[in-house]
Design a protein around this ligand. Structure first.
Ligand SMILES: *[C@@H]1O[C@H](CO)[C@@H](O)[C@H](O)[C@H]1NC(C)=O
Length: 286
């Protein structure tokens, strides 16, 4: 197991060092396709800005042209302002097929002046149910903030403006699958989920405020692109630090600060939901 992982890492790193192209930055025309919403998704400013909108008839969405297998992927997002109750802005990585892997950020809107919920989840081999939810320490609707996924063979780290909020470690040694062999695309969509997202459907989406709009810019992927059955990692030298990156002491402290003060739900402490016992990864600090 350890030897196999080491060989795998060496292979990945060989690709990394052999390929010395530039990292993909920012241009939405080059990196994304607008896939849903019939004109409600728009790329503006020569590819520097992307906007999704939602009205009563439809939401909208986009997906990356590339599939990635490991990387550090950053996106700046400015969420729907004002009365956004019922709206969900989903930003996630996902592979395809029946036993898919997925890494999710979902932003649940709220009535004016009340906080968003940042909902996160990790699916491995089709199994999800690993929700953690957070409040944010800023208003995510007045400005752009950076939402990042660091995904390497050992861990997945969710970060907000460089502050780690959640880590999902590779726990294959205790029998928990880890996403490491299925390439993922980046997806985002803005949709209406008033039944799910607004305190059990008690608050309705206020369609007089439509269209609702979320904005994206500064997409940056230091990542391995998967195509034709092989991975090629763009970048060079120190740009690959993410491949072995783990939280340093400061990172761990920041993570604990967020979990202590801003985490409002953790499946690993929800004993009511798992009367037969918590999922096994919950026995490990995770
Ligand atoms: C909306 O705000 C209320 C009051 O602060 C909070 O209880 C609720 O969880 C928030 N809803 C969402 C979807 O974040």
């Amino acid at each position: 197991m350890a030897a196999a992982t080491a060989i795998f890492l060496i292979k990945v790193l060989m690709f990394a060092y052999l390929t010395a192209a530039a990292s993909t930055a920012s241009n939405f025309y080059q990196n994304f396709d607008l896939t849903w919403g019939d004109g409600r998704a728009k790329i503006l400013n020569n590819g520097q800005l992307l906007k999704l909108s939602l009205d009563k008839a439809s939401g909208s969405g986009f997906q990356s042209k590339n599939q990635y297998l490991f990387g550090k992927i950053d996106m700046k997002i400015k969420l729907v302002p004002g009365n956004s109750a019922g709206t969900v802005t989903a930003y996630y990585l996902s592979s395809q097929g029946l036993t898919h892997d997925e890494v999710d950020f979902e932003f649940l809107g709220n009535v004016t002046g009340q906080p968003y919920t940042l909902h996160t989840n990790v699916f491995t081999q089709r199994k999800g149910g690993r929700e953690q939810q957070f409040r944010l320490w800023f208003d995510p609707t007045t400005d752009f903030h950076t939402y990042s996924v660091l995904w390497n063979p050992r861990r997945i780290i969710f970060s907000v403006d460089g502050t780690p909020i959640r880590e999902f470690k590779n726990m294959e040694s205790i029998g928990v699958p880890f996403p490491k062999s299925q390439a993922m695309r980046i997806y985002s969509s803005l949709w209406d989920a008033e039944d799910w997202a607004t305190q059990g459907g008690r608050i309705k989406t206020d369609w007089t405020k439509a269209p609702f709009t979320a904005s994206y810019r500064n997409f940056y992927a230091n990542a391995c692109v998967w195509s034709n059955g092989r991975s090629s990692c763009h970048g060079s030298g120190s740009k690959f630090a993410w491949m072995n990156q783990q939280l340093d002491t400061t990172g761990q402290q920041r993570l604990q600060w967020v979990q202590k003060n801003f985490r409002i739900y953790n499946y690993c402490t929800d004993t009511q939901r798992f009367p037969q016992g918590l999922p096994k990864e919950c026995t490990v600090t995770n």
